[in-house]
Design a protein around this ligand. Structure first.
Ligand code: NAP
Length: 253
């Protein structure tokens, strides 16, 4: 079969290490023939990202903290025209807010989670839309905790609800430019961010026991859906939240 992303350039934001969902996605994009550009948040991750970028065969690796408008502007200038896909795989909340009762969440922690995990999609879209004059695909990652209460997911669930609404409003705005905007709702996967959620392993155990497929989600499954949505095969799909979670989200009990 022909490579699904041959001739396309993909920007992937949010690789911290080999366990990051963005790493699996960038690998799948490369497998399908895409030219891949990566970003990392700050100097602390530069060497790691340059090494991982080398392994992945990334065309370029740039620094970009998505909370810094000047860094997004610089990224867009460095990228230039000819972008086809943006994969936003970024979230952050204070660890304390992912372990104590939600009602104790303070303003600062609430706003921080919203800024990094939800508003940043809008900021990234605004910076990159001009680089996709022929249309394109913007993707983000979300989680069921946006719609249902998952113990300790707390402020991140609220941020993911805003993220999913942001996907819909962006899809409506950008559709006339032939830019599609979608979210993948991934099942729980043990990554650095996920470990910040108190008792995360309990969530994994519950899913393995109750999901229709009776197992957890493999990052490669999330990555293959990201390929589909970035490719011509997904050309009719926008404004969606696509679940890749072994079916867990359909269960009532
Ligand atoms: P991860 O490897 O920790 O990735 C999160 C990434 O966000 C890291 O690379 C992190 O960089 C980056 N980031 C945080 N603040 C940033 C900022 N201001 N500017 C730029 N980058 C920033 O964890 P992951 O699980 O793969 O998370 C990726 C996405 O998938 C997140 O949106 C997460 O909510 C979502 N998701 C995860 C799961 C799961 O169970 N793992 C399930 C559903 C959805 P630093 O390391 O430098 O902070």
């Amino acid at each position: 079969m022909a490579h699904l992303l041959e001739g396309k350039t993909a920007l992937v934001l949010g690789i911290a290490n080999k366990w990051s969902l963005a790493y699996a996605i960038a690998s799948a994009y490369r497998r399908e023939g895409a030219r891949v550009v990566l970003t990392y948040q700050n100097e602390r991750l530069r060497q790691t990202l340059e090494e991982l970028g080398g392994e992945l065969g990334a065309a370029k690796v740039f620094q970009c903290d998505v909370t810094q408008p000047a860094e997004l502007e610089r990224l867009a200038a460095e990228l230039g025209d000819g972008l086809d896909t943006v994969m936003h795989s970024i979230a952050f909340a204070n660890r304390d807010d992912l372990s104590r009762p939600f009602v104790e969440t303070q303003r600062d922690g609430y706003l921080l989670a919203q800024e990094v995990s939800s508003y940043s999609l809008l900021a990234v879209a605004r910076a990159t839309v001009p680089l996709m004059p022929a249309g394109g695909s913007i993707l983000t990652l979300t989680y069921l905790g946006s719609q249902r209460v998952v113990p300790n997911y707390n402020v991140m669930g609220v941020a993911k609800a805003a993220l999913e609404a942001t996907v819909r409003y962006l899809a409506s705005d950008l559709g006339p430019k032939n830019i599609r905007v979608n979210a993948i709702s991934a099942g729980p996967v043990k990554t650095a961010s996920a470990r910040a959620v108190k008792d995360f392993s309990t969530i994994l155990d519950v899913v393995a026991k109750h999901a229709p497929l009776r197992r957890n989600t493999d990052p490669a499954e999330v990555a293959d859906t990201a390929v589909f949505l970035a490719s011509n095969l997904g050309r009719g799909v926008t404004g969606n939240t696509v679940f890749v979670d072994a079916g867990f989200h359909i269960m009532g009990i």
